[in-house]
Design a protein around this ligand. Sequence first.
Ligand SMILES: [Zn+2]
Length: 577
Amino acid sequence: MIARARVALSLLLTIAVAAPLSAQSGQPADLVVVNARVVTMDPDGAVAEAVAIRDGRISAVGPTKAIRDAVGPATRVVDAAGRMVIPGLIDSHVHALMAAPVEAVTPFRTLASVAEIQAWTRAEARRLPAPAWIWTPRVFPTRLRERRFPTREELDAAAPGRAVALDGAYAYVLSTAALDAAGLTATTPDPPGGAIVRRPDGTPSGLLRNVGTLLTRFRPVAGGAVPLDQLERVHRAYLEAGITSVVERGASVEGYRTYEALKHAGRLHLRATVTLQLPLHLQAIDADRFIAELPIEPGSGDEWLKVGPLKILADGGILAGTSFMREPYGVASRALYGVDDPAYRGFLSMPVSTIAAVVAAGHRRGWQMAAHVTGDAGVDAVLDAFEAAQRDSPRDDPRHTLIHAYFPNPDSAARAARLGVQVDTQPAWYFEDADALQQALGEPRLTHFIGLRTWRDAGVRVAINTDHMFGIDRDTAMNPFNPFLTMAVAVTRQSRGGEVIGADETVTREQALRMMTVDAAALTFDERSRGRISAGALGDLVVLSDDLLTCPAARIKDIRADLTIVGGRVVFERQTR
Ligand SMILES: [Zn+2]
């Protein structure tokens, strides 16, 4: 009786049962999931009851009774007890290679206000002897209580005389000593594609836009290779969140080698596609030779690890106010970004001619090309490049990709659809940042910010993902990699402050799930083998704690993966008591 009661209580009942072999296949499954609501993501929207996996792939989908026929003496039987089963989720934009080394040194912490930045800086000043630079964890002004960057004086006050750099990814704030150490003065010219923001007397205010490379030599040198232990730890956090495939979105060749090392050590437990990022200052004239000499072939690898597209950085970031926009940022953006030029529209990180040359070179050499491009004018420039490359050297289905593309409009969407261009974008940024961005950029612009429906209605394939950079908690990381938060925001467009800006841009739950399964798989040409539960597809599944398609919308973000299966192997199992 006691055993029965425990069985009834356990959400994760998994038992081995001896039963006759399947008459058809003659071979037992390695694992079956029965008594489930299996959302197959088939085009006809079929929901099944059970699924069998053999040799890493799905061997059968059907009623529990039929699937039980595939149970042999060594088959693991997962009784889902009525819970929902979905295809393993695909986070098609992560930076595990960035998160891993940071965790090895100082675990990532969110700094939520200027006072927290100052307290953190004070502690670092005690820990690190001068003249070492003090680098803050990544901070975005949209996510600070004050909704502005700290000033140079506020950094000076926290660590008098010390070189302090606030890392905003596409903008930085330097303390006075850091400006001096970097040699930035009233007479220093702005570097291409960026700006040293100045006060009325011409002296640098401390704010630097889109000029990260000016500071590269002051960054602490990364201590050699990314530690495999930490990379595996980040991956474990993904598996715990229900993510079974990731696209590493901007690695060096060394980063790809790190993944190879992890795989060879038998420690790659999820599937990874690695995007190779091209150097920011690649010149048009060098692009073809640089790409030709890459030591990795486009698309090479296997179902566990493969090389994905080449990525360029076309513009800046909207959280730092450096996206390249069609319309000026406007006076209301002054507080958030420190913008005081009424004509300011942000930056392209490389000249239009270079974007075109690099895209054309990669396209000609058979690479899928992906561009980080956040602003609507940046998207125009990148679509020009994609269109020209395809016109000059037609290829069948190159699937070039816009990464971020935060301000969709009908004409860009129609153009992207016509070119077969896809979009990789991040609803959780809407959740985190829309409240602050609405104040700065105005409601009309925010109405379509990360507007999934605009793309979708035009016929553009969209993958939603997280751009996870730092931290290993799914909800407090930068950026949160909780896939259920991503889907919840796609469905509700509710910001952290509870606002719904642009309700017309919401999608249905099925569409949101599609954007993290089969459509995300298509981003890397994997739609036949991933993101669906059908015979022949890879055996990647997630058993959910709650019904994604019917639970109250407010509960979607709290859904958990109870059980994560990759290639027919249970790689995560939630302890329920
Ligand atoms: Zn990214």
